[in-house]
Design a protein around this ligand. Structure first.
Ligand SMILES: NC(=O)C1=CN([C@@H]2O[C@H](COP(=O)(O)OP(=O)(O)OC[C@H]3O[C@@H](n4cnc5c(N)ncnc54)[C@H](OP(=O)(O)O)[C@@H]3O)[C@@H](O)[C@H]2O)[C@@H](O)CC1
Ligand SMILES: [K+]
Length: 510
């Protein structure tokens, strides 16, 4: 089953359900969280394990995250650590109070006030147990800057955050207010939260590990996109016409590279045939550069409509290298007026920035839009605005909320691209693809990578996958191919890496 990411509300519901069913008390869960955290810290940093005269500074907040901190301190103490506890004043619940009481015979608890910066002298570890899923407003503590500086420094104490780096929203990954902590290791209790994967939060989290606290997997949350099932992308015999005919539209002479890369990617992902349709004057250039991809000339939208009336064509991808003018709008209208599913990217989106509703009126539920953040902001300025800057209260609106709202409004599948890509369908389905932590591919930020992805999605739609399924498969394969190619990658390498990737996926299945 796909790994799932939770909101704070979903996490609370899982805890509540387990408690109501008598599976565990809140205190038992807190004990498991703290004990599991210490075990995971030891596994992640084995050089810290032997204990000895190590010093840890533990910062505890007023809620249950702070309660976890007292449990961590007690278990570190049992391993021979000297722990200095700093706790905020506050209401706190009964469980957190009980964990504080269990710590108190073992050592002092200093009061942590807004301006306090605890000494880190001789410390090997700092535990951020200030705020987790309950963060509701900006944090005003000098200790936050201390955590951030320590996480960024080389050679100082290592920072471990319990559940979230304090000041980051568990639902959106955004900072609540201007100040948020950073960590070298973040420990998510029971399951990762959405906020661990979104925006710049992965940088703030450092590494991410999940700590099992013995709660059942209720299947709640948003799926994290994993490898597509081999059956969905493999070919089981049949001639080329059985595997779909993808069409990519290309632009003027001299600007054809983007569409050519999309066309080649559509072929590599397994479309039986791919035709690149270009203005007549661009035929010579493209004929000199393409062999397996077929070419067709269309001088205007009328000619395009005529070509697309061929019932054997299955899907059309357009946008890369088309230009932003009225001609592109006319091509988009011609495509959306016909029966083929469309994948719209780049200039096909930007051409409608003045009147996005005109585009939305034409879209059908199986069509796909693949905006990056800039293109998204042009089509959905109000949704993008909600995501800009820091949030004032938690939980804050997230890229997932924005992509879902955009899919509903557009009436089509949306792929909001980034290291954290969101796919959302107008029927409410959504999934997250995370190219962060161990799957980070910073070298994928290169010219043509998006055009290649457009081609891969178009190819899969031509082969018969629905828009949502095609995007989910393509986005994973795209990153995996880029990981194979490695640093130094140029966009052409992505499609070239697909055969090796397919070979390994097929082998893994046997
Ligand atoms: N329940 C369980 O059994 C388990 C829970 N677990 C742990 O509990 C964590 C969630 O605990 P939580 O719900 O108590 O929230 P938490 O993040 O500690 O903060 C809430 C407190 O902070 C306060 N507050 C908020 N923002 C503030 C600010 N800016 N500045 C100052 N105060 C602020 C807020 O006050 P309020 O907003 O109500 O005024 C409230 O008092 C979760 O992340 C995990 O670590 C695990 O042990 C597994 C078992
Ligand atoms: K924390």
């Amino acid at each position: 089953m796909a790994m799932r990411v939770l909101t704070a509300d979903e996490m609370r519901a899982i805890e509540r359900d387990a408690m109501e069913r008598g599976l565990a008390t809140g205190r038992e869960l807190m004990e498991r969280a703290g004990r599991g955290a210490v075990r995971t810290i030891g596994a992640h940093w084995p050089d810290l394990e032997p204990g000895g005269a190590r010093r840890a500074v533990v910062l505890c907040g007023p809620g249950n995250n702070g309660g976890d901190g007292f449990v961590v301190a007690r278990h570190l103490h049992a391993l021979g650590w000297r722990c200095d506890l700093y706790a905020m004043e506050g209401a706190g619940g009964a469980d957190a109070a009980a964990m504080r009481a269990a710590w108190e015979p073992l050592g002092l608890v200093h009061r942590l006030g807004p301006g306090d910066r605890p000494s880190l002298e001789g410390a090997a570890l700092i535990v951020d147990a200030l705020f987790g899923t309950g963060l509701s407003r900006p944090v005003e503590l000098a200790a936050i800057a201390l955590l951030r500086e320590a996480a960024r420094a080389d050679g100082g104490p290592r920072v471990v955050a319990l559940d979230m780096p304090s000041g980051r929203c568990a639902d959106s990954g955004r900072r609540i207010g201007p100040d948020a902590a950073e960590a070298n290791l973040t420990l998510a209790f029971h399951a990762p939260k959405r906020g661990h994967y979104l925006g710049d939060a992965p940088d703030a989290c450092g590494a991410l590990r999940v700590v099992d606290i013995g709660l059942p997997d209720a299947g709640a949350g948003l799926p994290l996109i994993d490898a597509p099932r081999w059956e969905t992308i493999s070919k089981r015999g049949g001639h080329k016409y059985r595997h779909g005919h993808a069409v990519i539209l290309g632009g003027a002479s001299g600007k054809g590279g983007a569409a050519r890369m999309a066309a080649q990617a559509a072929l590599r992902i397994g479309a039986g045939l791919v035709t690149l349709v270009v203005p007549p004057e661009a035929i010579v250039e493209n004929a000199a550069r393409l062999d397996a991809v077929m070419l067709h000339a269309a001088g205007d939208a009328h000619a395009l409509r005529g070509f697309l009336s061929d019932a054997r064509l299955n899907a059309v991808g357009l946008g890369p290298g088309l230009g932003r003018g009225a001609a592109t709008r006319a091509w988009v209208e011609a495509v959306l007026d016909g029966p083929r599913a469309a994948v719209l990217d780049a200039d096909a989106l930007t051409a409608f920035e003045d009147r996005p509703e005109a585009l939305f009126d034409l879209l059908r539920p199986g069509d796909v839009l693949t905006p990056h953040d800039g293109e998204f902001a042009r089509l959905f300025p109000d949704l993008a605005l909600e995501l800009s800057g820091e949030a004032a209260t938690g939980p804050a609106a997230s890229r997932i909320d924005a992509a879902r709202a955009a899919a509903r409004r557009a009436g089509a599948v949306i792929l909001l691209k980034g290291p954290d890509s969101i796919v959302a369908a107008p029927d409410g389905r959504a999934a997250l693809h995370a190219a962060v932590y161990g799957r980070a591919v910073p070298w994928l930020a290169t010219a043509g990578a998006g055009d290649t992805l457009t081609g891969m999605i178009t190819g899969l739609v031509a082969r018969g996958l629905g828009g949502f399924e095609a995007v989910s498969a393509a986005v994973w394969l795209h990153v995996e191919a880029a990981r194979r190619a490695g640093p130094g990658l140029i966009a052409e390498d992505i499609a070239s890496a697909l055969p090796g990737l397919f070979r390994d996926l097929a082998a893994a299945r046997q």
